[in-house]
Design a protein around this ligand. Structure first.
Ligand code: 6PG
Length: 467
């Protein structure tokens, strides 16, 4: 009973995470019902004194030092509840269960309340960075009881990614704060991926860039202000040869994007909160449109689309870089705006600067831009939207023109850029002191006596519109 850390679920993520824990000098014990996974971990771990595993729950729990720190890396949903139930009879007061999966935040709140009554601490801790991140350093987003977090803090700080030596993990807030932040991380991830795919589309269709040129373009962008994990892997994707035939793999991949739900949850919850995040909403919708492949093929037969007008290749690349940078900023702005509001609504006490800080390395949305975002929120922690932060005004002003050019060109030439145009429209609306929604208020009052307020007088008004 002297292992520092327990891990349930030895799939790829679990195995990689536990090996990472062991590499950092903590003794770790794994549990899985699947003998093959247990054996694989024991083999890869080498020294059983450092990392061991079992299919026997009792052996697992008895091997851990108290208070036990048990992380679950199992699929979100009912499995989490059943693992908790199976662990419960073996646990003691003040043990910790940490759910490292993409659980829905209200499930985490329910589980925390349930386990609190039994004297067990429950943490929802988002883990980002994929399999490689889990092995070499993920970004970890824990929420739950602040005092109990101290038990696991040294382990998380050791295994997490580091940005200039600083760990990409921090206690984020009570209850489901960690899962909520990870959910919005994934919403932003959907947005950035959609934007990247649109830029690929226009560079290919309008600029006729081939895969080598696409590779070089994204690789060179990745050396500049667009530096990010997603831009980096995008550049590498264009280079990959198809080992089952001729040409590049990217051209053989079916254009139907799957989703496990975290992006959709982000949009649904933003609607509940009343916070607009159209760049993320459209990314979810585009995955849905992509899934309608058969209908798209039919519709393509019915409607013509313009042949894209000639455009100078290097000019297009320059405009695209600026438009992508602009829309990346606007997408982060929306996700962070949602976090700020959710923090008030759910009592998370989130510090946006801390969140941006732990996203600078390890996670899927890591980007050079996050260092600037961290600084912006460190300077003014209460700014509701990144677009209101003085340090971002110039970055946005100098690139929005290219977003306009690109969206206008695409609209005229029949190339769908919904993420980019939603980002631009969001920007134009959010930065308009006067919107035409006075007319909507008039219409509501006209047909439903819903009343309206006035610009020039206090109070609530109603008009008999029909003469
Ligand atoms: C991460 C990823 C990870 C997972 C996504 C994929 O941060 O490491 O976000 O959690 O890859 O959930 O989501 P979809 O399957 O919905 O695209």
């Amino acid at each position: 009973n002297n292992y520092d850390f327990g891990l349930v679920g030895l799939g790829v993520m679990g195995r990689n995470f536990i090996l990472n824990v062991a590499d950092n000098g903590f003794k770790a014990f794994g549990y899985d019902l699947d003998t093959e996974k247990v054996d694989a971990l024991k083999k890869e771990g080498g020294d059983l004194e450092k990392v061991d595993a079992t299919t026997d729950l009792n052996t697992f729990v008895q091997s851990l030092a108290r208070p036990r720190k048990i992380m679950l890396l199992v699929p979100a949903g009912k499995i989490v509840d059943s693992v908790i139930e199976s662990l419960l009879p073996h646990l003691d007061t003040d043990d910790l269960i940490i759910d490292g999966g993409n659980s829905f935040f209200t499930d985490t709140d329910r589980r925390e309340t349930y386990l609190q009554e039994k004297g067990i601490h429950f943490f929802g801790a988002g883990v980002s960075g994929g399999a490689k991140g889990a092995r070499l350093g993920p970004s970890i987003m824990p929420g739950g009881n602040r005092e109990a977090y101290k038990e696991v803090q040294p382990i998380f700080e050791a295994v997490s990614a580091k940005y200039k030596g600083e760990p990409c993990v921090a206690y984020l807030g009570p209850k489901s704060a960690g899962n909520y932040v990870k959910m919005v991380h994934n919403g932003i991830e959907y947005g950035l991926m959609q934007l990247t795919s649109e830029i690929y589309d226009i560079l290919k269709k309008a600029g006729n860039l081939d895969n080598d040129e696409l590779h070089q373009t994204f690789a060179s962008w990745n050396k500049g202000r667009l530096q990010s994990f997603l831009v980096e892997i995008t550049s590498e994707i264009f280079e990959e040869e198809d080992d089952k035939g001729d040409g590049r793999l990217v051209d053989k991949i079916l254009d139907k994007a799957k989703q496990k739900g975290t992006g959709k949850w982000t949009s649904q919850n933003a609607m509940d909160l009343g916070i607009p995040i159209p760049s993320i909403d459209i990314a979810v919708s585009m995955r849905e449109i992509s899934a309608l492949k058969d209908e798209r093929v039919q519709a393509d037969e019915l409607y013509d689309r313009p042949t894209p007008e000639a455009i100078d290749k290097s000019e297009l690349v320059k405009i695209a870089e600026e438009a992508l940078y602009f829309s990346f900023i606007v997408t982060y702005a929306q996700g962070l705006h949602q976090l700020g509001d959710a923090s008030k609504e759910y009592g998370y006490e989130l510090d946006i600067a801390v969140i941006a800080k732990i996203w600078r390395a390890g996670c899927i949305i890591r980007a050079g831009l996050l260092a600037d975002i961290t600084e912006a929120f460190q300077k003014d922690k209460n700014v509701p939207n990144l677009l209101l932060s003085p340090s971002f005004v110039e970055k946005v002003k100098s690139t929005v023109g290219s977003a306009r050019l690109l969206v206008a060109y695409a609209a005229k030439n029949g190339i769908p850029l919904p993420g980019l145009s939603n980002s631009l429209t969001y920007f134009d609306a959010y930065t308009s002191s006067r919107l035409p929604l006075n007319l909507i208020q008039a219409q509501r009052d006209y047909f439903g006596s819903h009343t309206y307020e006035r610009l020039d007088q206090e109070g609530v008004f109603h008009t008999e519109w029909e003469k």
